[in-house]
Unconditional design. Sequence first.
Length: 94
Amino acid sequence: MLKIKKKGEYYNDFWYSFEPDSKPSVYFGVTLKKGSTIDLGYIAENYTGSVKWKSSKSSVAAVSKGKVTAKSKGTAYIRLYYGSEYIRIKVTVK
């Protein structure tokens, strides 16, 4: 099980728990203003390996160590890879 936490300028703390399936889907989405950031964190139960964050469009939303920066208007998907699995978070920049 993986728990994702989002916190930042526009959000209180939220935790999303889920069991990833074979067809990754969007587990939650955030809308940010250009230039703003949000910190995403995680807790991986029964997983001790490393994780990797990646953006589908770093020109729209860049990510580094879970910190997402809204760069330009559009939509990007942030992926959190752990082992052979990953989850997606939809980021819309206004």
